[in-house]
Design a protein around this ligand. Structure first.
Ligand SMILES: Cc1cc2nc3c(=O)[nH]c(=O)nc-3n(C[C@H](O)[C@H](O)[C@H](O)COP(=O)(O)OP(=O)(O)OC[C@H]3O[C@@H](n4cnc5c(N)ncnc54)[C@H](O)[C@@H]3O)c2cc1C
Ligand code: FES
Ligand code: FES
Length: 1346
């Protein structure tokens, strides 16, 4: 991480000091660059590196810290989380910051939060864990302040629901959240301990006293000394920048006037500064004015139901105030509106954002920059007014006038917002009351609990009254926003149409037609038809219950009221004690230091003296000549490194693998949008990012061929990568014969599968340090240090032994830290070589997303022949894989795709798979590469056949299951023995354990009884072939008996070190002396070092853990052999021998206590098949297209798991990553192929509110597998394929919706096949359910009533 510009000496004229505390330690600064964030300060100026940079946008929670503030007037302490990546350092004067290190650490003892994260197996790569710990801690601290009853000793006042929601704004890409939720709930007062998941604290008796003790008094969040410090910092200067904190509106007015008199001064008004999460800053300002020290701006004044909200009031404070207002009598009619507003605001962003994000900042962003605000929409529906200050003049406007004004400039200040008196109202309509005010708010977004902007938000308020034979609307306000317009608007044409009319189905029908015209997104908005259809849905949902109070259509707004997000889930593991401690659910190695933030990732390594920082400049054109690169300012940049800086004899190589190379930088001609063209190097990461982000590249495309941007164009131009013969999958049987045997045929059906981004929480990073004699030491977050070393050696033209590549841990890889980590390290090394200074980079999220490439998109065309009973006799596939500009690992994708496609016996199977070379960024392996697509294609084929024949899809699946013979025919040796084919057993077992049959019945019943919600359930099998690769290992026993282990494999969070430790302890215990039982504690696996452990290979493909274990077993066998005879001798002499004594003796006898190995798997047994199955049940909302995942049950065969806790984590994590692929994640590009889904705003990975409410996993111990490492099987990738079950269940629910739609249209449920896109996002689902389903329903109702 960078050095920011700070100094604690040389105070400048007029400056005052900034005083705060970090983990109880006092910090005083006299001169601070006002643009410095708290995260930058903590990471580069303190030893507290736990605050991680996951996004820099407020979208991930990795940087969360607890901020504590003492209100001297009220003598009250406020504690809340903030995103340190958005918090400006100057704004924390007088505050105390607590990071996860402040809760506990290795020296002072860990906090129970840390211990429970470890013990519940809730930390894998560990990059998200510190932020998670802080979020939970904040919830605990705040629960203590409530007046709830005193909890049991060791528990807290937190409720389970609050505990879970505390991490709803935190992303984790590894665990799948279930274990994290269990940690949170373990602190809750209302949790039943029995409901908590697998942990290391108990096997049977689940009791609070078995958990590490929670003591609410243990941590002081606000040190006493701060209370005595002065809180006001009027002015802070830094070079040409100044930070002001005026304390009155008058002072602010005159400050603004004086600044406007100064020429060319740029001014920024600061409230919470969270706006920079959306509008990333590309320039520095001269003047920063903090609005939050002005008391009038931070007050909420209430008079009856009128409320005046100061502009700097945070969203959290407003929610609290609105709830407080309604607390005395929550049923009081006039409070319902406020309660509903509060409930809507709770869905904005995440808690750490809401805690500082101000109402005024939000409205100003909406006014000035067209931000898709929720607050503007909601306040518009209640006739709010605002007061603004221009110079010293105050002006009051309606919110509508304010929004429509020309954009405010930085000298206009929003002072307050006023919600006028609201008429008494009640939720719903009762015919007993004459006149009523109805109020409702709506929001459809990819995640229900926020941290996702809405596709459309709305707030409606109406005054209605009873007339003799119905209900008349006296007044109505319909506000809509966030749908691709400049700002929230009132649908006044519809309002006018409705006022004075009697409500009827016909009237609603007309209003819905009008609303579609009124809510029309501007050109360029994504999913415009979907957004308009949402408007129709919302209006229908609001008005229909008035016409027909019985109707159960109120659907869209109840989510946050749910008690807990996740229900208790079952984890069944079948430990095997045969190879103790192998097979035990041992806690992941390093989990506690990951939680306490002490685990060191590459970017946590302190910068060496003189270290520089780099940032990539990339092409935005697919095929173009680069004429020049211009920087906005050369001032803060040390160098711009390009291919021309590659030393003589060196090659322009950024990545290497079996199939070729990828250039480090484009030469004169770029090959894709998102190709690296240069590396801007500066003194700080911020300057480097700023320089790269604002650089302009001049292109020339004259006389160039048009780029190849689609696979069809690649076919036209025969632009393919060659697939080596050995990797060409073999066809099965005779396709023509199979077709001839069929009763039915489907020809040329098409599927398109998209890409997916890795979204490792730690983005790409490296540090290169020049060493003596032309050597380079490179710290790289890499899955393959060996190849990083080779790339750098060839790029710099130095021998490989000059390049030491070190990798300790990787903050999530998923394939993305394979090829794609190499150029990052190479660019640092090249810059370090050129400038003779250390160079590091931490690639920002946007650049990472643009450069990453990700999963292979593909287009599939299939032809099937099948019998009337559903038995498939022939399948042919034409597959076009978009590999991008360079081969990377793409030639292996056909092999992998076919490998998992063959899970069914398709009779004759033929295919033509082309790996297309296009002008897109090069695609690489992502968890289950090719396999997830192959497995999905197989399901799509089965579903298509079942629909065609109107057969139950489950029966068609079973009809096409392999017999052992056909499995052998399809897979050869990988099939293993007949007993190893466990899929049929798993399939039946799952049927029973998930109560499949009775749930199918319940789903059918539900679908009959519900109009606007439909459920679907699906059971899907998977089969994935994996292969072991040669892997090295070394075990050395030190003099004190401790053991150090090196392996080729890298710890990515998948628990490799833990399994290796277990294997070492097990194997060395074969010496059979006293004390070997505790050997596990004596083993340490150390970081990978490409010079120490050569031929380390690639950590990928799910098998590195077992291969590393086998390599270690070979080493241990050698050591045991060397030690056993000595032990016998010593035993004879001394009676008994302890491990320590034996090792001491061995040293004295000069026994070689280090052994190395290189495990090379047998050719005939290196590949094997993994099996599993999942049942998923979902519920689709037909008004919004939202899919709720209700329950998933998984059985996965791990053989004799090496560590069932680790494997369980892999299964759950992979499954949830698969949900991302199938349901949520859209890795979109523009027409040039440049990634445009390049942030947490636009790319949505699953969060705790978008995963199955209940996820039950059974890790099956399928017994002895003679050719496997201690009978174990892989778990890293195959479970990802199981997420197709969610997609299939969604398809089933949509099918119901479509049949219903047909029946409304007077058609028979036609049951025609439809393709459900991947990912099945809300717009996709709603489109299939009928964008006009509300209109069709109303029409059918009208017809039936008339
Ligand atoms: C991850 C994330 C998710 C979000 N999701 C949502 C969402 O779903 N819905 C939603 O509505 N919002 C959402 N937001 C936006 C959030 O509500 C706004 O960022 C926030 O309200 C802005 O407040 P602030 O105090 O941080 O403003 P700042 O960032 O301090 O200021 C924003 C802008 O307004 C100016 N400004 C601030 N206060 C004033 C004032 N009183 N007078 C004049 N100018 C002023 C500043 O100069 C700046 O230009 C999200 C934000 C983040 C980071
Ligand atoms: S890094 Fe701050 S929220 Fe992601
Ligand atoms: S453990 Fe959560 S991101 Fe890796």
């Amino acid at each position: 991480m960078e050095d920011t510009q700070l100094t604690s000496t040389q105070p400048l004229k007029h400056s005052q000091t900034l005083v705060f505390a970090v983990n109880g330690e006092r910090v005083e600064l006299t001169s601070v660059d006002p643009s410095t964030t708290l995260l930058q300060f903590l990471r580069s100026h303190t030893r507290f590196k736990s605050v991680k940079l996951g996004c820099g946008e407020g979208g991930c929670g990795a940087c969360n810290v607890l901020l504590s503030k003492f209100d001297t007037k009220l003598k009250q302490l406020e504690d809340y989380t903030v995103s340190s990546c958005l918090t400006l350092l100057c704004s924390i004067n007088g505050c105390s910051i607590t990071t996860t290190e402040g809760l506990g650490n290795i020296k002072d003892g860990f906090h129970s939060i840390h211990q429970r994260f470890a013990g519940f197996h809730a930390s894998q790569c560990g990059f998200c864990t510190p932020g998670m710990c802080v979020s939970l801690f904040s919830a605990l601290v705040n629960s203590e302040k409530t007046c709830r009853p005193e909890p049991a000793f060791g528990s807290s006042k937190l409720t389970a629901s609050e505990a879970e929601k505390s991490i709803s704004g935190n992303l984790c890409r590894c665990t799948g959240y279930r274990p994290i939720a269990d940690v949170c709930k373990s602190f809750a007062a209302d949790v039943d301990m029995e409901d908590l998941g697998l942990n290391s604290f108990w096997k049977k008796d689940a009791k609070l006293n078995k958990l590490p003790l929670y003591d609410s008094k243990q941590i002081t969040t606000y040190p006493e000394f701060l209370k005595k410090e002065s809180k006001s910092t009027a002015v802070l200067n830094y070079q040409d920048k100044t930070w002001y904190s005026p304390v009155s509106v008058e002072e602010l007015g005159s400050l603004l006037e004086s600044i406007s008199a100064e020429n060319g001064m740029t001014v920024k008004l600061v409230a919470g500064n969270t706006g920079t999460g959306y509008y990333q800053e590309t320039e520095y300002y001269n003047k920063y004015i903090d609005l939050r020290c002005i008391p009038e701006l931070s007050e909420i004044k209430k008079a009856g139901s009128r409320i005046e909200i100061g502009a700097t009031v945070s969203i959290s404070k407003l929610i609290f105030a609105l709830k407080e207002h309604t607390k005395d009598d929550p049923t009081k009619e006039d409070d319902v509106v406020l309660k509903k507003i509060a409930s809507h605001l709770e869905k904005i962003a995440s808690e750490s954002i809401r805690n500082v994000a101000s109402v005024g900042g939000n409205l100003v962003m909406a006014q000035r920059k067209n931000f898709p605000s929720d607050i503007a929409t909601v306040l518009l529906a209640v006739n709010s007014r605002v007061t603004i200050l221009t110079g010293v003049k105050k002006e009051t406007l309606t919110l509508e006038e304010f929004l429509e004004k020309p954009a405010l400039d930085s000298r206009n200040v929003l002072l307050s917002v006023f919600i006028p008196c609201l008429r008494p109202t009640k939720n719903g309509y009762s015919k007993n009351v004459k006149s009523k005010l109805l109020f409702e708010t709506y929001r459809a977004s990819p995640r229900p609990l926020g941290n996702a902007l809405a596709y459309l938000n709305a707030a409606f308020s109406a005054e209605v009254c009873n007339v003799n034979d119905g209900v008349v609307i006296n007044r109505i306000q319909l506000a809509f926003g966030s749908f691709g317009v400049k700002h929230a608007i009132r649908a006044s044409t519809v309002e006018k149409y409705l006022v004075g009319k009697k409500l009827s189905v016909d009237l609603i029908s007309e209003a819905v037609k009008l609303i579609r015209v009124a809510i029309s997104p501007e050109n360029g908005t994504s999913d415009p038809a979907y957004r308009s259809s949402l408007a129709a849905s919302f209006l229908f949902d609001f008005l229909m219950p008035i016409v027909d109070p019985e109707i159960s259509s109120r659907l869209t707004i109840d989510d946050c009221e749910r008690t807990t997000l996740l229900s208790p889930a079952k984890q069944v593991i079948e430990s095997s004690h045969e190879h103790y401690p192998v097979g035990e659910p041992v806690i992941k190695s390093g989990a506690t230091i990951q939680a306490s933030g002490e685990a060191v990732f590459v970017d946590d390594i302190p910068s060496p003296l003189n270290c520089l920082h780099g940032a990539f400049i990339y092409s935005t054109k697919p095929l173009a000549r680069v004429k020049s690169i211009k920087l906005k300012s050369e001032k803060d940049v040390n160098a711009v490194v390009t291919f021309q800086d590659i030393p003589k004899g060196g090659a322009n190589i950024g990545a290497i693998n079996h199939f070729g190379t990828d250039p480090l930088f484009s030469n004169e001609l770029t090959q894709c949008a998102g190709q690296r063209i240069a590396f801007a190097v500066a003194e700080t990461q911020k300057n480097a990012d700023m320089a790269a982000g604002t650089a302009t590249v001049d292109y020339d495309i004259e006389d160039l061929e048009p780029p190849i941007l689609t696979v069809e164009q690649a076919v036209e131009k025969s632009s393919f990568f060659e697939v080596p013969l050995v990797l060409t999958p073999s066809q099965v049987g005779d396709f023509s014969k199979g077709m001839a045997e069929s009763d039915y045929q489907i020809h040329s059906a098409e599927i398109k599968l998209p890409s997916q981004y890795y979204f490792y929480m730690e983005s790409q990073t490296a540090l290169a340090v020049p060493d003596e004699d032309n050597c380079m030491v490179v710290y790289s977050s890499s899955q393959v240090p060996e190849l990083v070393q080779r790339v750098i050696s060839r790029c710099l033209n130095i021998p490989e032994h000059n390049v030491r590549v070190i990798t300790r841990r990787v903050g999530g890889g998923f394939g993305g830290k394979g090829s794609k980590a190499m150029p990052v390290a190479a660019a640092c090394a090249l810059a370090a070589y050129k400038l003779r200074r250390p160079v590091r980079t931490y690639v920002n999220r946007k650049t990472d997303m643009i450069l990453a490439g990700g999963r292979h998109p593909m287009k599939i065309n299939y032809t099937i022949g099948f019998k009337s009973n559903g038995k498939i006799t022939a399948l042919h596939l034409d597959v076009l894989i978009n590999a991008g500009m360079s081969p990377d690992v793409s030639p292996v994708i056909p092999w992998k795709l076919v490998g998992s496609l063959k899970k069914y016996n398709f009779g004759a199977l033929s295919f033509d798979i082309k790996v297309c070379k296009t002008n897109h960024s090069s695609k690489s392996a992502m968890r289950a590469p090719g396999e997830v697509q192959g497995s999905y294609i197989a399901e799509a084929v089965i579903e298509h056949v079942a629909t065609h024949l109107s057969l139950d899809v489950g029966l068609v699946r079973e009809m096409n299951f392999h017999s052992y013979d056909s499995l052998k025919l399809y897979y050869g040796n990988s099939a293993g023995d007949p007993l190893e084919y466990t899929l049929p057993t798993i399939w039946d077992k799952l049927m029973k354990s998930s109560n499949f049959d009775s749930r199918v019945e319940m789903v059918n019943k539900f679908n009959k009884n519900n109009i606007w919600r439909k459920k679907g359930i699906s059971r899907v099998p998977i089969l994935q072939n994996v292969s072991l690769r040669p892997t090295p290992g070394r075990v050395s026993i030190l003099q004190d008996g401790s053991v150090v282990v090196e392996v080729g494999g890298i710890e990515l969070g998948q628990g490799l070190w833990t399994k290796v430790k277990q294997m070492t302890a097990y194997c060395l215990s074969a010496v059979k002396c006293d004390g070997t039982h505790g050997l596990l504690e004596k083993v340490r696996v150390i970081q990978a070092d490409a010079l120490s452990m050569v031929q380390g290979g690639l950590t990928a493909g799910s098998t590195t853990s077992e291969a590393s274990c086998e390599a270690i077993r070979l080493c241990c066998n050698v050591l045991v052999e060397r030690l056993v005879s000595l032990k016998e001798k010593v035993k004879e002499q001394m009676g008994s021998v302890s491990w320590e004594l034996l090792i001491m003796q061995a040293n004295m006898k000069s026994v070689n206590l280090s052994a190395s190995s290189y495990f090379v798997p047998e050719f005939t047994s290196r590949s094997y098949i993994n099996y599993g199955a999942a049942v998923s049940e979902v519920e689709v909302n037909l008004l919004t297209g939202e899919t709720k995942m209700l329950q998933t049950d998984i059985i996965y065969d791990c053989g004799q798991s090496l560590n069932p806790a680790v494997d369980l984590g892999q299964v759950e994590g992979a499954f949830v990553q698969g949900i991302g692929f199938f349901m949520l994640e859209e890795y979109l590009t523009n027409s040039d192929g440049l990634v445009v889904a390049d942030s947490t705003w636009t790319y949505k990975i699953p969060t705790i509110d978008t995963i199955p409410k209940q996820l039950n996993v059974h890790i099956l111990n399928s017994g002895h597998h003679k050719d496997r490492v201690l009978s174990s099987k892989a778990s890293g990738e195959p479970p990802l394929l199981l997420a197709a079950s969610v997609h299939c269940a969604t398809r089933a629910a949509i099918k119901e919706a479509r049949n219903q739609l047909d029946s409304w249209k007077g058609l028979n449920g036609s049951d025609t096949f439809f393709e459900l896109d991947v990912p099945a996002t809300m717009p996709v689902v709603k489109t299939l359910c009928g964008l006009d389903n509300v209109e069709v329903y109303l029409q059918s109702l009208f017809m039936s009533r008339s």
